[in-house]
Design a protein around this ligand. Structure first.
Ligand code: HEM
Length: 78
């Protein structure tokens, strides 16, 4: 992190949170493995994660949601 106050980045912190299943089942709407797609849909994705209704086979623990929230509110670094 080179001594900088770096927040989460898509490649190292966000992308690994999504399973292959998540990506496959959401492909009709957006590609969860693509930075641009997740960035453009970040608000809706965060909403679903917070509501606990996505992924529909079991919501994320708060810690993961917090990581996504920090990323989406902190500049969405690639
Ligand atoms: C704007 C955000 C999202 C919207 C509007 C959305 C909407 C939907 C809808 C309408 C379905 C099909 C109906 C259903 O099975 O409930 C679905 C399926 C699914 N979504 Fe999402 N989703 C969003 C984000 C996510 C995220 C962030 C994940 C993973 C972290 C995810 C994982 C899944 C999975 C795994 C399924 C398939 C469930 C199954 O059939 O077993 N979705 N989503």
């Amino acid at each position: 992190m080179g001594g900088q106050e770096a927040g989460p980045s898509f490649e190292s912190d966000i992308k690994p949170l999504f399973r292959d299943k998540d990506r496959e089942r959401m492909e009709w709407a957006f590609d969860l493995s693509r930075y641009e797609d997740v960035k453009d849909n970040a608000e809706g994705i965060l909403q679903r994660l917070e509501d606990g209704d996505m992924p529909c086979d079991g919501g994320w623990p708060e810690e993961r949601i917090a990581t996504f929230r920090r990323w989406s509110e902190g500049g969405m670094a690639p």
